[in-house]
Design a protein around this ligand. Structure first.
Ligand code: ZN
Length: 119
């Protein structure tokens, strides 16, 4: 069960996570909506965080060595969740229409629709 001590530890971690968000330490990763790069408290390290439900991960030592096994989020994971879940994702860019390739040897016939010659 989740003990009072665990909740206290999580609450303290959430406070640190909120500080990271307000400090602008969470950076979205272009094209990867479930990922963020989070700078640590003193600005010496950057960690890659994935918030995908069931596939959460952070590259920090705390998560890799302790929290992952305990099923607990590190402060970077919490910060990424706070920052990303409040940011609406931009709509997917429309797929660009590529011009149809034209074989130059076919000449104009490749471009112009064949005309039916009236009989
Ligand atoms: Zn972490």
């Amino acid at each position: 069960m989740v003990t009072a001590k665990m909740v206290q530890a999580l609450a303290a971690r959430l406070d640190k996570a909120e500080l990271l968000v307000t400090d602008g330490a969470v950076f979205p990763v272009a094209g990867l909506a479930d990922y963020a790069v989070v700078r640590n408290g003193d600005g010496t390290q950057m960690y890659l965080v994935r918030i995908t439900d069931g596939h959460e991960n952070c590259t920090c030592p705390d998560y890799q060595q302790r929290q992952k096994a305990a099923g607990m989020p590190c402060k970077h994971l919490l910060a990424a969740q706070l920052a990303l879940e409040n940011t609406p994702q931009p709509p997917a860019a429309p797929v660009a229409m590529l011009p149809t390739k034209i074989d130059p040897s076919a000449g104009l016939a490749a471009i112009m629709a064949p005309r039916k010659v009236a009989a």
